[in-house]
Design a protein around this ligand. Structure first.
Ligand SMILES: *Cc1c(COP(=O)(O)O)cnc(C)c1O
Length: 405
């Protein structure tokens, strides 16, 4: 059993289709949704799904009833939210910059639009105010405070393009926030409520003089609320204290947390490369680069159900006498290695491996690099008799060809 999370006793590799496939467990999504619904109920905060992290609309029916709407980062995501997230749900849009055509189209469907700069707001204000319905306008601020260590995920570096820093608002003068209804900041990544607490403190210290003219504030994403050990009571306290003190509505727009630990990527071992000088290498019919890009981008090593990660400085009892393998991908990129693992039995050609936590930043981010087939998309429900397996989509040569010309 996986050491980091209790999964149901359920065989995700038994689906009778070719690998690779992603399989999303609806029961596990509902488990996360109960947690988010509880936060909503206790605080009155609005919670959105950031579609950037997860836009596999075939299971939106499990998410939509529990939350307030979606946070889109483009016109396409906004349209997807409108088409598939359910009636009466809010569409919030933020993008580092909008084009004129994009703004015209977004104004027809968005409830909230967040601008990254005062110039963009000024430029598009006439279009927004011409829209058939009143749109709430937000401004992304840059608190210049982030505890994210990795440069690629840190929006507050000196080279940042995200949001208006305090100085920018001061320079813009007394009417800087004319027409603006709310603030938006996003400075976290997979973090706990302790980080949020320190971040909110900085935001208040720097920006609270502007709060009186606002209606709401969006605390962005990066909140790992459904992770085991996350301090939910503290999150609720931060939100309620903030709302009481400033009389502003609070919005959260995480993406990853909705589907954390709800999905798997099932692959088949195609070959075992014996390595007389070291650890044998398994080649699987999937790819870190093409099907789980964050493995290389973040980087991190995904867990495999029934196996252990080999971490250099950590010898688990299982490593003793276990069967060690390096798992490599089916692409021609040398660095397309998924990781080092120990199994308690030898692995042979044809075995299926189940990579875990594969819902977020995978289906919405994969590629057809090397022309390798995209994994099918499957859902199941481990709480329902028979597992309710459903194959939503299988990909073939045409999907590869049709993105090109
Ligand atoms: C990426 C992003 C999110 C979602 O982040 P998660 O880490 O998936 O929770 C929310 N808001 C903005 C502006 C983002 O860029």
């Amino acid at each position: 059993m996986n050491p980091i999370f209790p999964y149901p006793e359920f065989d995700y590799s038994k689906v009778d289709i070719d690998t690779p496939y992603y399989i999303i467990d609806r029961a596990l999504i509902r488990r996360n949704m109960e947690i988010l619904a509880d936060v909503r109920k206790r605080t009155g905060a609005r919670i959105l799904l950031a579609l950037k992290a997860f836009s596999t609309w075939g299971v939106f029916d499990e998410i939509s009833p529990y939350i307030d709407g979606v946070a889109a980062s483009s016109l396409n995501e906004a349209r997807l939210g409108l088409d598939y997230f359910g009636k009466g749900k809010e569409i919030h849009v933020y993008s580092p910059a909008y084009s004129l055509d994009e703004m015209k189209a977004i104004c027809k469907i968005a409830d909230h639009i967040v601008f990254n700069s005062l110039d963009q707001w000024k430029r598009f204000r006439p279009i927004v105010e011409d829209a058939p319905k009143k749109i709430q306008i937000g401004l992304r601020i840059n608190p210049e405070y982030s505890e994210v260590q990795l440069e690629i995920y840190n929006p507050c570096t000196t080279r940042s393009r995200f949001g208006v820093p305090l100085e920018g608002l001061i320079d813009a003068g007394v009417n800087a926030l004319d027409g603006i209804d709310g603030f938006h900041f996003h400075t976290m990544c997979q973090q706990g409520s302790d980080v949020l607490q320190r971040t909110v403190q900085v935001v208040c210290e720097r920006f609270e003089k502007y709060f009186a003219s606002l209606k709401w504030i969006n605390f962005g994403g990066g909140h790992h609320i459904t992770r085991r050990g996350y301090d939910i009571n503290r999150l609720c306290r931060i939100i309620t204290d903030f709302q009481q003190k400033y009389n502003l509505e609070v919005i959260l727009e995480p993406g990853e947390t909705h589907v954390l630990h709800t999905g798997f990527l099932v692959a088949t071992v195609l070959d075992v490369i014996e390595n007389p000088n070291g650890i044998d290498v398994l080649i699987v019919d999937t790819s870190a680069s093409a099907h789980m890009p964050d493995v290389l981008e973040m980087p991190y090593t995904p867990e495999i159900l029934g196996a252990r990660l080999n971490v250099d400085d950590y010898e688990s009892p299982l490593d003793e006498g276990g069967y060690k393998y390096i798992i490599g991908s089916k692409t021609c990129l040398s660095g397309d290695i998924i990781g080092d693992y120990t199994f308690n039995h030898p692995i042979k050609i044809g075995d299926r491996l189940v990579f875990e936590d594969m819902s977020q930043y995978t289906t919405c981010k994969n590629t057809t690099f090397n022309g390798i087939r995209l994994p099918s998309i499957v859902s199941c429900d481990s709480q329902v008799e028979g597992g309710l397996f459903r194959v939503h989509r299988q990909f073939d040569y045409n999907d590869f060809r049709n993105r090109l010309s």
